[in-house]
Design a protein around this ligand. Structure first.
Ligand SMILES: CC(C)(COP(=O)(O)OP(=O)(O)OC[C@H]1O[C@@H](n2cnc3c(N)ncnc32)[C@H](O)[C@@H]1OP(=O)(O)O)[C@@H](O)C(=O)NCCC(=O)NCCS
Length: 186
């Protein structure tokens, strides 16, 4: 299998959403929670920060087998989340307001050093074959070119393979709450 990393296009949005659902620790979660996850982890980035989003594509079949999406401007992310996404999420379920607020505020103490943050997933069946490494190295090169200072992310403490993966790529623990906050200076 030969993989290429290419820029995100709107045509890939459904593939990305499907991968996001497929890797979920609870794929049977209620529909409204899936919508919330997509707001938080996909839609914002592919709408407002497209140029910092990439997919991994099988060059033979055209299948999208992974994605990495990022935002380079924390304040823009925060403003949009609080003013645009929270009202939508709240309309789905009241408690979602706090879920989003918590997620957004976790990054705040780190954003001066780590201005960018990311989310990524590789499709089940294609994991542990080097695709995640290709995606993250591509993003790091891109972020250095545009003079980002650092990259950060949140990962569950229980997600051993992701923690191994980030450690191997030099993305170290910089803070913790119920998750690890990991970062790398670029
Ligand atoms: C975490 C993830 C993005 C890594 O991408 P990947 O393509 O599977 O990773 P790679 O093949 O590039 O692996 C690089 C390293 O990651 C770690 N890793 C990857 N898969 C692993 C597994 N199943 N078990 C343990 N470590 C693993 C290893 O350290 C590996 O190095 P090695 O090949 O020398 O063992 C991918 O596995 C994934 O999407 N997982 C499910 C969703 C997820 O956890 N997303 C991240 C949320 S923060």
């Amino acid at each position: 299998m030969s993989i290429e990393i290419i820029n995100f296009k709107n045509d890939f949005l459904d593939d990305i959403r499907a991968i996001n659902v497929a890797v979920s620790s609870n794929p049977n979660k209620p529909y409204e929670e899936k919508v919330l996850c997509q707001h938080l982890y996909i839609d914002y980035y592919t709408e407002f920060s497209k140029e910092n989003c990439f997919v991994a594509r099988d060059t033979e079949t055209g299948e999208i087998v992974g994605y990495i999406i990022s935002e380079i401007d924390y304040q823009r992310y925060r403003n949009h989340m609080l003013t645009y996404y929270i009202p939508q999420a709240k309309a789905i379920r009241k408690e979602f307001e706090q879920v989003i607020k918590n997620e957004v505020e976790v990054y705040a103490p780190f954003n001066l050093q780590y201005d960018a943050h990311l989310h990524m997933d590789v499709k089940p069946g294609h994991q542990h074959k080097g695709i995640g490494t290709m995606l993250i190295q591509h993003l790091l090169t891109h972020l250095r070119k545009i003079d980002c200072k650092g990259i950060m992310l949140l990962v569950s403490k229980r997600n051993e393979k992701a923690n191994n993966f980030y450690e191997k790529n030099g993305i170290k623990i910089i803070g913790e709450n119920e998750c690890y906050i990991r970062g790398k200076i670029l």
